[in-house]
Design a protein around this ligand. Structure first.
Ligand code: NAP
Length: 293
């Protein structure tokens, strides 16, 4: 059994990006620039955006944090997005979700110029991904593809079961694993809360991607010997064993599932660190105009 080290791979990729930024800098090229829009002061969103800005600094990107009050009108936010769309110095930007209830996520996402949509949430990018055309891939699925690729995990002809059909993880993951590409070429089954016989379906999986958001849901009886298990779930639970008073759990009951796996991602340290790195990869692509030439 191999434990997939997302922290190590993430560092490796960030070092590669840093080296590329150094080259760009020494040749007098334009430094990649990511902007992040943060509406309101939700604690988790602050942490996520802070992590993205810090990662930009680490690899040598420029970053801009646009803070707007939680009371900002939908119209004013859309105006801000239109400004960012036209700002030639900004290569890509994200609007941190979730947004306050009076603002439509859909309208916001659809206002972002697909060429600058480094989160890969705009319908144009989702459509291009489904058609296997160059597109920004959503960060978490993109990060998972990197892990599969860098650990040289065989995917062609394998049965891949995805648990969860969210727009940010499960649904794109199922599309990507079915594409005629590597990683891909799997026979994919996507499952959700209405799925019947989930255990039976999971037992048919060679690759199991688990993204339902229920701590330690997947137990050993769902997994056949030799399966590749990718655990996307992150749930914060109280703990009296840690200094902070809480710990993170995945969707997989790691201790009992790991011995049956050929590869498994731990939580923390598996998929999590890859998400920000994938956003950096998309930003570099945006600055090099690799997707939309
Ligand atoms: P989500 O939007 O809540 O979607 C959960 C999906 O799981 C839904 O499709 C739901 O089905 C399905 N589901 C719920 N209970 C189920 C059950 N008993 N059996 C089968 N399917 C079930 O969640 P998400 O945004 O995709 O996130 C999933 C988890 O990944 C969360 O823990 C989240 O924190 C984590 N996450 C981690 C990262 C990272 O960087 N590592 C990034 C994003 C998300 P229905 O559609 O029928 O409701």
């Amino acid at each position: 059994m191999t434990v997939i080290d997302g922290k190590k791979i993430s560092e490796e990729i960030q070092n590669e990006i840093s080296a590329e930024v150094k080259k760009i800098r020494s040749s007098g090229g334009k430094i990649p620039h990511l902007a992040a829009v943060l509406v309101g002061n939700d604690g988790a969103s602050e942490t996520y955006v802070g992590g993205k800005v810090k990662a930009c600094e680490k690899v040598g990107f420029k970053s801009t944090l646009v803070r707007l009050p939680g009371t900002v009108s939908e119209n004013d936010l859309l105006k801000k997005i239109a400004e960012l769309n036209c700002d030639n110095d900004i290569d890509g930007f994200i609007v941190q979700l979730p947004l306050p209830k009076h603002i439509s996520d859909r309208k916001v996402i659809e206002t972002i110029d697909p060429k600058k949509d480094v989160d890969g949430f705009h319908p144009v990018n989702v459509g291009r991904m489904a058609l296997n055309l160059p597109s920004y891939l959503p960060a978490t699925p993109y990060g998972i593809l990197q892990l599969i690729e860098r650990y040289k995990i065989e995917t062609t002809g394998k049965n891949c079961v995805v648990i969860g059909r969210s727009h940010i993880v499960g649904s794109p993951m199922s599309i990507l694993m079915a594409r005629n590409a590597y990683p891909g070429n799997c026979t994919v089954t996507i499952t959700h809360s209405k799925t019947k016989n989930l255990k039976e379906i999971c037992l048919s999986a060679d690759i199991l991607i688990v993204a339902l958001g229920k701590a330690e849901f997947l137990t050993a009886d769902y997994v056949k010997q030799g399966t590749v298990v990718i655990d996307v779930g992150i749930t914060r639970v109280k703990s009296d064993k840690t200094k902070s008073g809480w710990k993170l759990l995945g969707d997989v009951k790691y201790d009992e599932v790991a011995p049956k796996c050929s590869f498994i991602t731990p939580v923390p340290g598996g998929v999590g660190p890859m998400t920000i790195t994938a956003l950096l990869m998309n930003t570099l692509k945006a600055s090099k105009m690799e997707i939309y030439t």
